[in-house]
Ligand binder design. Structure first.
Ligand code: AMP
Length: 172
């Protein structure tokens, strides 16, 4: 699979799989991509991870290593990103999960200016179980995830650690 994105390096190790078996919630895992290129990037990801794990009816299944990546399609001079992928089990609905992750982005003071501007925190829903949806607010699986190396590399890492197949993303 061809992905966009230049050099990226692994900064932290994932710390392995969490102790909960994937099947314990009887739910299919969902995946989030977390990114930050403003402020204390590692702290932003770490705090965001805790906030996602603390959402109601939600728990963390796995968290990837943190990768430092060069920005893709971003304004000139944008700082490098720190990126990671988090697998969760949740019984929030897809839209509830989107609103909850947007509320977390807002807590980090994210300002939406020009597209792909530097941001303290960006959370995308990569997939939600095997749900397919295409509404103005939410597209699942994420339509551009499979094009982005900063998504696919950490996603492959967590899926491999859990013996899960990487889900198929529709071609653009
Ligand atoms: P941004 O956070 O600026 O990258 O853009 C998020 C926008 O994309 C929001 O308006 C969401 O409603 C929309 N969106 C559509 N699909 C998704 C998805 N799978 N995950 C996160 N945001 C999504």
């Amino acid at each position: 699979m061809k992905t966009e994105g230049k050099r990226q390096k692994k900064l932290t190790r994932s710390g392995g799989v969490q102790s909960h078996p994937v099947s314990a919630f009887c739910l299919q895992p969902s995946a989030l991509s977390l990114g930050s290129n403003l402020g204390d990037r590692l702290e932003n990801l770490t705090l965001a991870r805790g906030k996602v794990a603390a959402l109601p009816q939600t728990r963390e299944v796995a968290f990837s290593s943190v990768y430092e990546t060069e920005p893709v399609d971003a304004p000139e001079g944008s700082p490098n990103f720190f990126n990671a992928v988090m697998l969760i089990e949740t019984s929030l609905s897809p839209l509830e999960l989107l609103r909850a992750t947007q509320a977390i982005e807002n807590e980090f003071g994210r300002v939406r200016s020009v597209p792909n501007a530097p941001r303290t925190l960006d959370i995308d829903i990569l997939f939600y179980g095997d749900v397919l949806m295409n509404t103005p607010e939410l597209t699942l699986p994420h339509p551009r995830a499979h094009l982005r190396r900063f998504v696919m590399e950490p996603l492959a890492e967590v899926c491999k650690s859990l013996n899960l197949q990487i889900p198929k993303f529709p071609n653009p």
